[in-house]
Design a protein around this ligand. Structure first.
Ligand code: AMP
Length: 502
């Protein structure tokens, strides 16, 4: 069967699908180029049969055409983060067992340079078929396979409590359920035009913005984030939708405050032309919500979701939105709150959020143990706690202190600690998230040093950036004689957090 996303695109073929700094591309362009990419990937085979295809491509038409090309060839798309250093890329590529990597020429160096792997490049060491997006595409398109929607489509890597990120596998059917739920709730239509500035290796950017837009036959304007560009595009007055994480709204507010009176007026008018502005992926502070409302006239619609489940809770498109709340379950999503014993809690009592529905992921990639542990009686256990007040859900936080949500990214304290412990001057460390208005939580590290060498934040950070994605690198460090521990010898993280508040 032809994927429903493709069938829908055929209905909008003359409309603009993607607009970038390189120009505008119609749905017809997207269908054609993705079929050429699928042909290249297939190399005379009939079906990739769920082979993993990793791709390292900046936001733009090539990213989308490659993602669709992988799906149309029957492969599983594994988007790589363009800001990740080599060790993180290597982890994802190895863990998913990719057989092909598609790379934009800007990133050829990181995948092809030979220095790190004992004379071998990343592609050689991992025995990958290497395809550059600049290669000429075939003029004859092959017969593409029929891909059933129950097949695996996407693997996104997300941090867990066990250290290394896990690959979250979603099927075409899961994605379809995630997308159609949002299309219904937020009334996406083919007249919509969205500015897309979110990372394209994360659910928020891939599902909520890109795939919803393309499913609806809307226009998706892809740009890399910077405050000036975003404000310029908002001032153009042609956008109907905008979605971002709280950190981005904080940056946009700062830029608005620094603008001239006249410019501020144009900026606010641009916002007023939109029909909906959404915030999510981390808690939206009330001060940010209120400030944004005074600037834009929009009471941000806050929603809650997760890589494993898509979106689960949302304030309403029409009707009253409550600040500090994430609303009610989205269409076709079931949500419940349970206590430690797994029993339903009464209204007004906090409990763990559990979710059921067709949008819930299939499995953690090649990790049946983690998959089994993540479910209770068919419900996915999110690890987040919430309470229902006045029929609306309020998120109270994560159950594990070791999951930090910073700038909309979920990171594992344990994963960062593992890397920091490999620093020659670090004997012990504890990584924590400290509440911060701009970042939601700021990644901070308490360090016990060995020897007497001083360690500056600058040298520490430049060392860490070689090994960790920049958003995982602690922005504050504290050198301590010893880490606070409980009677069992376990580091007491709440006490570590307090150290950063002193
Ligand atoms: P990710 O899988 O990276 O999208 O991260 C999902 C996590 O982000 C959830 O488990 C929550 O901890 C957090 N999160 C998402 N949306 C919200 C929200 N509106 N308020 C508070 N936390 C949120």
């Amino acid at each position: 069967m032809t994927l429903p996303l493709i069938i829908r695109a055929e209905e909008h073929s003359e409309k603009i699908a993607i607009a970038t700094t390189d120009g505008s591309f119609t749905y017809r362009d997207l269908l054609h180029t993705s079929s050429q990419i699928a042909t290249t990937l297939l190399q005379n085979r009939e079906d990739l049969q769920e082979e993993r295809v990793a791709f390292l491509i900046p936001p733009g038409f090539e990213y989308v055409a490659t993602q669709w090309g992988i799906w149309r060839a029957g492969g599983i798309a594994v988007p790589l983060c363009i800001s990740h250093p080599r060790p993180e890329l290597e982890y994802v590529i190895t863990n998913c067992g990719a057989s092909i990597i598609v790379v934009h020429p800007n990133f050829e160096g990181i995948v092809r340079s030979r220095s790190v792997f004992a004379g071998e490049s990343l592609a050689e060491a991992l025995n990958l078929r290497f395809i550059l997006t600049s290669e000429t595409l075939p003029s004859n398109v092959t017969q593409l396979p029929k891909v059933d929607i129950t097949r695996r489509a996407l693997i996104l890597y997300t941090s867990g409590t066990t250290g290394k990120p896990k690959g979250v596998v979603t099927t075409h059917q899961n994605m379809q359920a995630q997308v159609t739920s949002l299309i219904t709730a937020w009334e996406w239509g083919s007249n919509d035009c969205i500015l897309h500035i979110l990372p394209l290796h994360h659910i928020h950017g891939i599902i909520n913005v890109l795939t919803c837009a393309l499913w609806a036959g809307a226009e998706c304007h892809l740009l890399s984030f910077d405050t000036e560009t975003v404000w310029r595009r908002i001032c153009d007055g042609d956008l109907t939708l905008f979605m971002a994480v709280p950190t981005i709204y904080v940056k946009l507010i700062a830029a608005w405050e620094n603008a001239s009176r006249e410019r501020q007026k144009t900026m606010s008018e641009g916002c007023a032309k939109m029909r909906l502005m959404v915030s999510g992926s981390a808690a939206l502070p009330i001060q940010v919500l209120e400030k944004w409302q005074s600037i834009s006239g929009h009471f941000l619609l806050e929603r809650y979701g997760m890589t494993e489940i898509g979106m689960a809770l949302s304030n309403p498109l029409h009707g009253e939105r409550l600040g500090g709340y994430v609303g009610k379950p989205l269409p076709e999503v079931e949500v419940r709150l349970v206590d430690e014993k797994g029993e339903l809690v009464p209204t007004g009592t906090p409990g763990e959020i559990q979710v059921k529905g067709a949008g819930v992921f299939l499995e953690y990639w090649q990790n049946p143990e983690a998959t089994t542990k993540a479910f209770q009686d068919g419900w996915f256990c999110t690890g987040d706690t919430a309470v229902i007040e006045n029929t609306n859900y309020r998120i109270l936080g994560r159950m594990s202190v070791d999951i930090i949500k910073t700038g909309g990214y979920k990171v594992s304290a344990l994963e960062i600690e593992e890397v920091l412990r490999s620093h020659p001057d670090i004997q012990e460390c504890a990584v924590v998230g400290v509440t911060d208005i701009e970042w939601g939580e700021r990644v901070c590290a308490a360090l016990v040093l060995q020897g007497l060498q001083p360690l500056t934040l600058e040298s520490f950070r430049s060392w860490a950036k070689e090994r960790l994605a920049v958003y995982k690198v602690p922005t504050k460090i504290l050198i301590v004689e010893e880490l606070p521990r409980n009677a069992m010898g376990k580091v007491t993280k709440p006490t570590v957090v307090e150290l950063f508040r002193l």
